[in-house]
Design a protein around this ligand. Structure first.
Ligand code: SF4
Length: 636
């Protein structure tokens, strides 16, 4: 007995059904020796016989041959219109959903205009202008079905474009067309396959309906719709000539629907272990892309690996412009880990995204400041001066990012090995087998056992800790000079969190790695374990910065002091857990900040002068700065 994998068992019956229908249509001339348009008036409405298996119609034509030849027309029209409408609609929908703005206006809204026309009236209009015929039918159905695909692709892309794994693909430096084709499209194929099945079935029926109305296939050419139309007048006397095309229609529609359902399940990697569509897409689309740094203007060299100066990133909101990060200046030295700390809304993540040129446009934009990166070849790259292509080359290769949620940052439809190999193939221009071999080494280096086997795993087959190790392996793949880790341990439980921190520490201390790290977190406990220096952010500004030991021992800003007091700790003399401190009040909205110190409403040291004028950063110790003029009272 054949031992067939369950996923193939599910797809085989409908595949055989559809193949049979197609084969019968294709081989019609060899199966029946009758000409489908040959009339024999003397034998009209003759019953089935050995010569005419299904009998003859009202013109004496062989019903079986008309049924087989009719299938050719019906299936060809249905497939052509479903495919052409699909290609057009999906392209329009993805472009509109991904880019938004003017692209959305001229793509998806065009589809909406077509959708707003009554479909039959639109079909009648086109047939009246172009005249009936198979070609017109194909065009009519393409126009009618295109908006359906566009709406599905648009909606799915909208919900997908801000997901972490799309951000991660951008952070790896993938060009936009690769993100659309290899990241977004494979993830929205499920509903599109369903749409395709509905379209093919519906097109077969509509072709029959329009031919039935005399607006489709022109007699005497056979089609199922025409057969129904002609047999209708005689159905009271002989119902079978009407039933045969109806039965053929039903079987075809059921077979196509079942095949598309099975394909959708087959394609979903959460249900199966592999998929051929994604592999096919990758084989067809992947190609090495030349690297060109000619767009990059060098600026005066500095010793820092990363240096930001007066960085300001603004967002347009219904209440006006807000500054999510404002006048942010800091450096990261080679091999140094700098922690960016603050509550939600403090601007730390936006600062990290600004460094990578990943601020979500069009509502957000880095409006002033400079971000300079020392490349691996010791050139200074001005990030804010790069165009899209320059940014793509820097992302993943010079700067890599590790996101907070590994499950949503990894693309669910590709094995993890392929995802690690993607960045290597793009930036290193190496072959897929070479990239996969390197992926195995990388997985091993981040502590994943049996890496040769695990590269074939999909993200959902791994635990959260393993997924984050894969994200770290991806970040390390091109040996970047800077890694931005955005809350990489927040989504993990405490034990795994400690393991990931240990892993990051070990990797950073390896002799052959000298990357700097910008570690974004809200957790000062984590900072103590991993960072060399800390930048504390509040309402978009740095309010204190300094070496970890100095800042923890002797904080010089009330906000930092409040954050430190909020860390749970145990009194070692009594063994009792100390009560948790909470900073009073909440972070103010960015559009309602006072002109002076934004922390004033929550600060027990605030005086009138604090709300009048914004305090400047001042030196409070060795490499230690604070934006609070009352830092002495705080320490005293
Ligand atoms: S400047 Fe004034 S309000 Fe702001 S933290 Fe210092 S003391 Fe508090």
């Amino acid at each position: 007995m054949l031992n067939i994998d369950a996923k193939y068992r599910n797809i085989l019956p409908p595949l055989i059904g559809v193949a049979l229908v197609f084969l019968l249509a294709l081989l019609a001339p060899f199966i029946t020796g009758h000409d489908p348009v040959h009339m024999s008036i003397s034998e009209r409405m003759a019953p089935p016989s050995m010569e005419h298996l299904l009998g003859q119609d009202n013109y004496g034509r062989d019903i079986f041959s008309r049924l087989l030849y009719g299938a050719r027309v019906s299936i060809a029209v249905a497939l052509f219109s479903a495919l052409s409408a699909g290609i057009l609609g999906i392209t329009i929908g993805i472009i509109g959903g991904y880019f938004g703005g003017i692209a959305e206006l001229i793509t998806v809204r065009l589809a909406d205009i077509i959708l707003s026309f009554p479909p039959i009236l639109l079909a009648l209009l086109i047939v009246t202008i172009l005249g009936p015929g198979v070609e017109t039918l194909g065009l009519v159905l393409t126009i009618l079905y295109m908006p359906g695909y566009a709406r599905v692709a648009y909606g799915e892309t909208l919900s997908m474009r801000q997901l972490e794994f799309v951000e991660a693909a951008r952070a790896l430096g993938s060009p936009t067309w690769r993100i659309l084709a290899l990241t977004i499209l494979p993830n929205i194929l499920g509903p599109l396959i369903v749409q395709f099945s509905l379209t093919v079935s519906s097109a077969v029926l509509i072709e029959s309906g329009l031919s039935f109305l005399g607006l489709g296939v022109v007699p005497p050419d056979p089609s199922w719709g025409l057969m129904i139309r002609e047999a209708r007048a005689y159905m009271v006397y002989t119902p079978m000539p009407l039933l045969w095309p109806c039965i053929a229609l039903t079987i075809t529609v059921l077979a196509v629907n079942s095949l598309c359902d099975a394909l959708r399940d087959f394609y979903d990697p959460r249900a199966v272990s592999t998929n051929f569509l994604a592999n096919l897409a990758k084989t067809l689309i992947y190609a090495p892309i030349a690297k060109d740094y000619s767009q990059i203007d060098a600026q005066k060299a500095e010793s820092a690996l990363l240096s930001t100066s007066g960085l300001r990133t603004e967002f347009v909101t219904p209440k006006g412009r807000i500054r999510a990060s404002n006048d942010v200046s800091f450096t990261v030295a080679p091999g140094e880990t700098v922690a960016l700390v603050g509550e939600s809304g403090s601007g730390k993540t936006i600062t990290g995204l600004s460094v990578l040129g990943l601020v979500p446009e069009p509502l957000g934009k880095m409006t002033s400041g400079q971000v300079a990166l020392r490349s691996k070849s010791d050139e200074i790259i001005c990030i804010e001066e790069l165009d899209d292509e320059g940014l793509q080359q820097v992302r993943g290769d010079e700067i890599a990012m590790v996101f907070q949620e590994p499950m949503s940052s990894l693309n669910p439809v590709y094995p993890v090995g392929e995802q690690i190999a993607e960045s290597l193939r793009y930036h290193r221009k190496i072959s897929r087998p070479q990239a996969l071999l390197t992926a195995v080494d990388l997985l091993e280096s981040v502590g994943i056992s049996d890496p040769a086997k695990r590269i074939k795993d999909y993200p959902h087959q791994m635990s959260g800790g393993m997924q984050q190790r894969v994200m770290i392996a991806m970040a390390l793949s091109c040996s970047p000079s800077l890694i931005i880790a955005d809350e990489p341990t927040t989504a993990l439980d405490v034990t795994i969190q400690a393991q990931i921190l240990e892993l990051l520490r070990n990797i950073r201390n390896q002799e052959n790695r000298s990357f700097g790290m910008l570690f974004i977190t809200h957790n000062l406990g984590v900072v103590a374990e991993i960072a060399d220096r800390v930048l504390v952010m509040y309402c978009g500004r740095i309010v204190e910065s300094g070496p970890v030991s100095n800042l923890f021992r002797s904080p010089a800003h009330p906000y930092t002091k409040g954050l430190l007091a909020s860390i749970p700790h145990i009194d070692h003399s009594s063994g009792d857990r100390q009560p948790l401190y909470a900073i009073p009040g909440t972070v103010p909205a960015l559009d309602e900040l006072p002109p002076g110190c934004a922390f004033a409403p929550r600060c027990n040291l605030a005086i009138e002068a604090c709300v009048q004028e914004l305090p400047e950063l001042e030196v409070v110790g060795d490499g230690h700065w604070s934006r609070c003029p009352r830092w002495r009272e705080l320490r005293g």
